[in-house]
Each structure stands twice: as C-alpha cells, then as structure tokens.
Design a binder for this molecule. Structure first.
Ligand code: HEM
Length: 115
C-alpha cells in the first residue's frame, strides 16, 4: 500500500508542476489571452490524486490534517471556478493570471507549511 501512496504523491507533485508550468504558458500566450485548457488537466490531476490520498489514508496509515485538506480542496475549487468562468471568453481579465498563480502557490505553501 505504501507504493500506492508514493505513486499518488508522485502524480500529485507532477500535477503541481503542471499547474506551475501553466502559469508560464499562460504568461507567454499573453495576460489577456483566452484561458488555456491545460489548467483543467492539472486541476483534475490534483483533485483525483489528492482525494485518493485522503480516501486511502486509513489503508496507508496516514493521519492527515482534515482542516488543511478541506482548505486545499476549497482553494482548488476556487481556481477551477475562475478557470471555468473564463474558459469560453475570447479574452481573459488582466487580474486572472495573477489570481490563478497566487492561489496555486498558496496551496503549495499550505501543503508544505501547515502540518
Ligand atoms: C492546486 C492544488 C494542490 C496543490 C498545488 C497541492 C500541492 C501539494 C504538495 C506540494 C504536496 C507535498 C507536500 C509535502 O510532501 O510536504 C501535497 C501533498 C498532499 N496533498 Fe496536495 N495539493 C493540491 C490539492 C490537493 C487536494 C485538493 C487534496 C485533497 C483534498 C490534496 C491532498 C494532499 C495530501 C493528502 C497530501 C499528502 C501526501 C502524503 O505525503 O502522503 N491536495 N500537495
């Protein structure tokens, strides 16, 4: 079971890397360019692997802080809603990319500094 947890953590970290990469992809496309669908792929991976890690906690003998995971889930939902709201628009508001970037980095900070 430890291998399954490590595999999920591995994919979870790749998902984080993908979201950070999206910040630069979106920046290169332009601050007001349409939202790139890659955000949804990264968010989907984070949601699946994060919820799987949480759900398997009794089997993997992990004692996660559920308030922290709840806040991380909430932040992910906010990012997802912002992306979905702007997905079909021909141009993004200028504040969107800084907001998405800040929220992703905020979740990494939560993961690392809140034990
Ligand atoms: C933007 C979204 C997210 C980002 C960037 C993110 C980032 C991270 C990072 C960097 C770690 C590793 C921390 C460390 O090992 O010290 C981590 C661990 C973890 N994350 Fe997330 N996360 C996100 C969303 C979620 C969600 C929605 C959940 C579940 C509700 C979740 C559940 C977990 C769990 C359970 C761990 C601990 C894994 C372990 O070490 O066994 N994450 N996350």
């Amino acid at each position: 079971m430890e291998f399954v947890r490590l595999l999920l953590v591995f994919l979870h970290l790749l998902g984080m890397g993908m979201l950070i990469a999206m910040v630069f992809v979106q920046r290169r496309e332009g601050l007001e360019a349409p939202v790139n669908k890659g955000w949804l792929h990264g968010l989907g991976l984070q949601l699946l692997t994060g919820v799987a890690l949480m759900g398997l906690a009794p089997l993997t003998h992990q004692d996660y802080n559920h308030i922290k995971l709840g806040v991380k889930l909430l932040v992910l939902v906010v990012i997802g809603v912002l992306v979905m709201m702007n997905l079909r628009k021909p141009a993004s508001p200028k504040w969107l990319l800084p907001a998405l970037s800040g929220l992703v980095v905020f979740n990494v900070g939560l993961a690392v500094f809140w034990s």
